[in-house]
Design a protein around this ligand. Structure first.
Ligand code: EPU
Length: 446
């Protein structure tokens, strides 16, 4: 267990290269289970979730070799079709092996998925879709596993009631080798899904976006190995862009994905931030004038992503006036608020009036615990001070780290493994931009 010690405030300046997208990397690893050939994946981020996902495919028999940011995976399937609880329950995407295991071996046993605890996060939409493709799936609450079987997965027309990013991908991964054609309606539109489609097509799959929120997958008998460089991480870029503005600094990001960040860039400019397009994949983000309050409502792509609202909150603590964040995707994604309050932030919870919450919110309304709130109101600017804090999930982790960088004094931040799930060597990269951040073993004397 490790902690960060951060001395603030510091202004961040310099260059940073955005790492490969976590939310593609994890699924790219799963594609290796669809072929006996080797898959070579480039630009893979060196993050904890990637290692956890590699453990999942290794538990199923895959052979893995890592060389820096390149990962070689060859499916061996010598170990059967069960993902052990202690491996699968650490990571939500472990459930995505369901499709490949069912289409190739007819069986899959996976634990109830874990991962960042940002709500109930059920997989009912994935399961319903797989059932329409011919699978039988039972959840056994005594052993905590989903037990899935399918003689043959077949194509189906599946209409998602609500947006689901990994649900869309899970069904794509099941449909590529199924008999016949699958049409996914109301499919998610996140660009990370398009990167996964490009990878699967490079392996011989036949997948295309066939209409508004529609994906058509024509099943093929076999896929082959390939070599593929995954896209860079929009969430990381947003974090560094906010870091530049909130510290009144200037950060140039390389491997920029700004063309897929329209809703963020609009909000960034409204908040007073400036970005300059140096070239297609290089963007400079900097502070120019006092930060302005901007209200945010999160949504699925092309909206303002839920993953961006936690770092946005720290920016808004430095805006002059009142701003709000309304979270519509997850029912519990404000766990960072208490940590920011400890540092002096003025944040109040509230529940906006919504006409038909059951259809308005992306999560299943019945999963909502009454004590959670869907919105916060931030009053700024508030000078932040040091605190002893912890990270409850990945994006909350990034928020608390940024808060400590602008806060006066020395902060201790526990739970570093949360931020390590999705940000590659975040401490070293922040140091290179001028932050005073040190990683320490938790029980070490300092
Ligand atoms: N949901 C259900 N049932 C389902 C599927 C989803 O109730 O069967 C609910 C979820 O609990 C959530 C909402 O529907 O409230 C949307 O879930 P979605 O399936 O779209 O999200 P996800 O696939 O679980 C992925 C990313 C998240 C990102 C969201 C939204 C991965 C591994 N995770 O989650 O990333 O926030 O899409 O784009 O791709 C992160 O990187 O920090 C992160 C949490």
């Amino acid at each position: 267990m490790e902690k960060f010690i951060i001395n603030g405030p510091t202004v961040l300046h310099g260059n940073v290269t955005i790492a490969g997208a976590k939310n593609v990397a994890l699924k790219a690893i799963v594609t290796s289970l669809l072929t006996d050939d080797e898959i070579v994946l480039h630009n893979m981020p060196q993050i904890r979730d990637v290692h956890l996902m590699l453990d999942v495919v290794e538990s199923l028999g895959a052979h893995v070799r890592i060389d820096g940011n390149t990962i070689y995976i060859k499916d061996g399937n010598t170990k059967g079709t069960i993902v052990p609880l202690e491996i699968g329950a650490r990571l939500r995407t472990s459930s995505m092996v369901l499709g490949p295991m069912l289409s190739r071996y007819g069986n899959a046993t996976i634990p109830n998925p874990g991962g960042c605890r940002i709500g109930a996060r059920p997989i009912d939409r994935h399961i319903e879709g797989l059932k329409l493709m011919g699978a039988t799936i039972e959840y056994d609450s005594k052993d905590g596993y989903f037990h899935a079987h399918a003689q043959h997965l077949h194509g189906a027309q599946i209409s998602f009631l609500k947006n689901t990013h990994t649900g869309t991908e899970t069904l794509m991964l099941a449909a590529v080798l199924a008999d016949g054609t699958t049409i996914l309606k109301n499919a998610a539109e996140e660009v990370e899904i398009d990167d996964l489609i490009a990878l699967l097509n490079a392996m011989g799959a036949n997948i295309r976006r066939s209409g508004n929120r529609e994906i058509t997958i024509v099943g093929v008998p076999k896929l082959h190995g390939t070599e593929y460089a995954i896209m860079s991480d929009r969430n990381e870029e947003v974090t560094f862009a906010i870091a530049a503005l909130v510290t009144k600094g200037d950060i140039t990001v390389h491997h920029s994905q700004r063309r897929h960040m329209k809703s963020f860039l609009e909000a960034f400019e409204k908040a007073g931030g400036v970005y300059k397009m140096i070239d297609d994949t290089t963007t400079q983000y900097f502070y120019d004038k006092p930060i302005q309050p901007v209200d945010i409502v999160t949504g699925s792509h092309p909206g303002f992503m839920t993953d961006w609202q936690a770092p946005w909150a720290i920016l808004m603590t430095q805006a002059k006036g009142v701003s709000t964040i309304h979270e519509t995707v997850f029912e519990n994604r404000f766990t960072y608020v208490e940590e920011l309050r400890k540092m002096g932030a003025d944040i109040a919870y509230f529940n906006p009036v919504v006409n038909n919450p059951k259809s308005f919110y992306n999560f299943n309304w019945e999963d909502k615990a009454t004590e959670t709130h869907q919105a916060i109101r931030i009053t700024g600017p508030t000078p932040l001070h040091n605190a002893i804090t912890s990270m409850s999930d990945l994006r909350a982790g990034a928020t608390v780290v940024l808060a400590a960088i602008i806060a006066q004094g020395q902060s201790y931040i526990y739970g570093v493994e949360q931020i390590d799930r999705g940000y590659e060597h975040i401490d070293e990269r922040l140091q290179s931009l001028g932050a005073s951040i040190e990683r320490i073993e938790e029980d070490a004397v300092v």
